[in-house]
Design a protein around this ligand. Structure first.
Ligand code: 13P
Length: 256
């Protein structure tokens, strides 16, 4: 069975409620509703209701950029999986490199968050990726595989079917420097081989692996044409409705 392409926009720390509503309204007008691919946006927590309102009736999921592993309790400022569900989110990002490097999320945190997301009925996107130093040292495949192993350890194969992976090389995020289609494809194939070695065959065949890192309308088509690249996790270009719509359009023209 072919994997449905999946284009997601990570708005990071951009777009308060008013601006998020405006961007989401533009997306609702521009994005296709044929359901040929999956589309999602990840606004800041506080802007999720505004985005959801503007996207009512559109074929676009809304998700959180992170979640806390506990459902409730004395954890000032945290937002939990059940809260995201209650707010109307379908999805959540877990383990984004900015969470890991700037907020100290460890592999153990990422694993706990992934479980919490699944327990809450959210569809997580698990983000992984190496630094430039790690790539230059030739350790990129090993680093990414270790991140995936740590996050997925102990999960049953049927739990994995709700998870999307996103390979985001840290050196390509927000730098304008994209991994070449060959570099990205090689890593995606290695990730899929790792899944095949660890889980029943259907997991490797069905798990979608997005690429992220300076994806733009100009480079989306050649990245998405790679056989193991099943979509994109878009940062900067997702803040512009027109650019995001063009990336979605590029995905729609890829035949699988
Ligand atoms: P950019 O597309 O801005 O490089 O960001 C990628 C990213 O981190 C998406 O999660």
């Amino acid at each position: 069975m072919a994997r449905r392409l999946f284009i997601a926009g990570n708005w990071k720390l951009h777009k308060g409620p008013e601006e998020a509503g405006a961007l989401a309204s533009q997306l609702a007008a521009k994005l296709p509703t044929d359901g040929a691919i999956d589309i999602a946006v990840f606004p800041p927590f506080i802007s999720i209701p505004a985005a959801l309102r503007a996207l009512q009736g559109a074929a676009v999921d809304v998700g959180g950029q992170d979640l806390f592993a506990q459902s409730e309790g004395a954890f000032t400022s945290a937002v939990s999986g059940p809260m995201l569900r209650q707010a109307g989110c379908a999805r959540v990002l877990v383990g984004h490199s900015e969470r890991r490097s700037l907020f100290g999320d460890t592999d153990a945190d990422v694993s706990a968050k992934l479980r919490a997301a699944l327990d809450a009925g959210l569809l997580p996107i698990l983000c992984v990726g190496e630094t430039l130093e790690q790539r230059d040292a030739g350790a990129h495949v090993e680093v990414v595989q270790a991140q995936i192993d740590a996050a997925l350890a102990g999960l049953a194969p049927d739990q994995l079917s709700g998870i999307t992976l996103a390979y985001e090389p840290v050196w390509a995020i927000g730098t304008g420097r994209t991994a070449s289609p060959d570099q990205a494809q090689a890593m995606h194939a290695a990730i899929r081989a790792g899944l095949a070695a660890r889980f029943p065959a259907f997991v490797a065949q069905e798990t979608r692996i997005q690429y992220g890192g300076s994806v733009k309308p100009a480079n989306a088509a050649e990245l998405l044409a790679q056989p193991d690249i099943d979509g994109a996790l878009v940062g900067g270009a997702s803040l512009d409705a027109d650019a995001f719509a063009r990336i979605v359009e590029a995905a729609e023209t890829v035949s699988r």
